[in-house]
Design a protein around this ligand. Structure first.
Ligand code: ZN
Length: 462
């Protein structure tokens, strides 16, 4: 941010935000603690703005004004872009992280999905999809980022939610099919002839890897995934087939107990394609554990073996793999990048929140200590929303930690990371105003923290 004052105004302009509508200049500025839009010209150009005299209008960062901004500057609205080589979902639960994300990808060839939030996150942060998208629109305008970004209605489970996100202009829908996965159901079924003809006594050659179904495996695929196929096909027909919305569809089958075998993945994709469902990505549940905010847990040799087949299946059938809960999976990033040959979608979210809390620990240790203690009291409740295996009794006693060492906790303790990671909704319920005041005051620190931490992700995935 480059700061300078304007005549008669006590404003600091965000220099990269200078734009024009005809002869009218529009930019963004800090007015004291508050960020506003400044319109300089004959009229307000449709913004809801207050006349400050001398042909200058000041507009607040409201939803109405975000809509007007997107109309005048189409590059502040989301676009579809998963077909690009590598794409990355930068979930930002707070609406504060996008300037850091922009700085990270300016020089990289990555399609960014800056707006990405799940229903669970919306509920816990008490935000709406309008809030999520507007925050990104304003950030993109402020930073002058014009290369295009996506907006992902993440983990949507119902037609109603899909409809809502699409009609707000979201350009990606992650269809969460987990409620339709029938793990553990009896697989003693009579296999319909059409599946026998299609899948038995054939060897599928996937980039030289032979895939062969046994009768038992085929029966299991049909039993477990038939509901997924029909659900996804129905959503596709109702919302995507007509081309009314220009959005990418992701099929997510990752929120389930047991991992998706490469054979099951092939079966799901093949059935979707044969049902004429067009999709950009599939998110299988990989072997091992992709828990929130910490590194991969599991057998890396097995993981590498399986993701190589998953990636080959995706490539040969014409879509890409999506990796969920991708935050902090440093040990497997190079394996993912290699298996997918750099062509994949990866999502992170909570790790941006953890970086915001790291900034809080550095800048206001007293506040952080209070929040830290509070998080312990709501951990059990928060576990209803997220699967983590953290043992919070292993977190070092905070009273023995010096102020200067508090931020380091976020590097040294996986248990602490998960504790703070999943309790965000509860923490925000109580500390929202104080935390946002702090983050607004230390925007540059937050930006640097994001650049450093998410930057490590991109380097290893590069
Ligand atoms: Zn997921």
């Amino acid at each position: 941010m480059i700061k300078k004052s304007m005549n008669n105004f006590n404003l600091r302009i965000f220099e990269k935000s200078s734009n024009t509508i005809g002869k009218t200049a529009v930019c963004m500025a800090k007015d004291g603690d508050k960020t506003v839009l400044i319109i300089m010209g004959q009229d307000k150009c449709g913004f809801k703005a207050e006349d400050s005299g001398e042909g200058k209008f000041k507009a607040e960062l409201t939803h109405e004004n975000a809509v007007v901004l997107r109309k005048h500057f189409p590059w502040t609205a989301p676009v579809k872009g998963l077909q690009k080589f590598m794409s990355f979902g930068f979930g930002d639960r707070l609406g504060l992280a996008t300037p850091g994300h922009i700085e990270l990808i300016r020089k990289r060839d990555i399609f960014p999905v800056f707006a990405q939030q799940s229903m669970r996150e919306l509920t816990l942060t008490k935000r709406t999809y309008d809030d999520v998208l507007d925050a990104v629109t304003f950030a993109v305008f402020r930073e002058g980022y014009k290369k295009g970004y996506g907006a992902d209605g993440d983990h949507l489970k119902t037609a109603k939610d899909v409809q809502a996100a699409l009609s707000l202009g979201f350009t990606m829908i992650t269809l969460d099919c987990s409620d339709h996965i029938k793990n553990g159901a009896s697989i003693n079924i009579d296999i319909p002839q059409k599946y026998i003809d299609k899948y038995l006594n054939v060897e599928f050659d996937i980039e030289g890897i032979p895939l062969v179904f046994t009768k038992e495996e085929l029966a299991a695929c049909i039993t477990i995934y038939s509901g997924v196929i029909s659900f996804a096909a129905e959503i596709y027909r109702d919302f995507f087939a007509s081309g009314k919305y220009d959005a990418d569809l992701e099929i997510s089958i990752d929120e389930t107990e047991s991992s998706t075998t490469p054979l099951q993945h092939y079966f799901v994709a093949r059935e979707l394609l044969d049902n004429e469902v067009v999709f950009a990505t599939i998110a299988p549940r990989f072997c091992g554990e992709f828990q929130k905010g910490i590194d991969y847990i599991g057998d890396m040799v097995q993981f590498e073996k399986e993701i190589n087949i998953h990636a080959a299946v995706a490539r040969s059938l014409g879509y890409k793999l999506s990796i969920h809960s991708g935050s902090d999976k440093f040990s497997v990033f190079p394996i993912i990048a290699k298996a997918c040959r750099g062509n994949f979608h990866l999502k992170t979210a909570g790790t941006n929140w953890l970086e915001a809390m790291r900034v809080a620990a550095a800048k206001d240790p007293g506040l952080y200590r209070e929040i830290h203690k509070y998080a312990f009291t709501v951990f059990d409740e928060a576990k209803k929303y997220y699967h983590v295996t953290a043992d919070i009794t292993k977190i070092p006693g905070i009273q023995e930690i010096k102020d200067d060492d508090l931020p380091g906790l976020f590097d040294n303790s996986s248990d602490l990371r998960q504790l703070i990671h999943i309790t965000y909704g509860f923490i925000l319920d109580v500390y929202k105003d104080r935390l946002y005041a702090l983050w607004h005051m230390h925007e540059d620190e937050y930006r640097s923290a994001i650049v450093k931490h998410i930057g490590r992700h991109l380097e290893l995935l590069g």
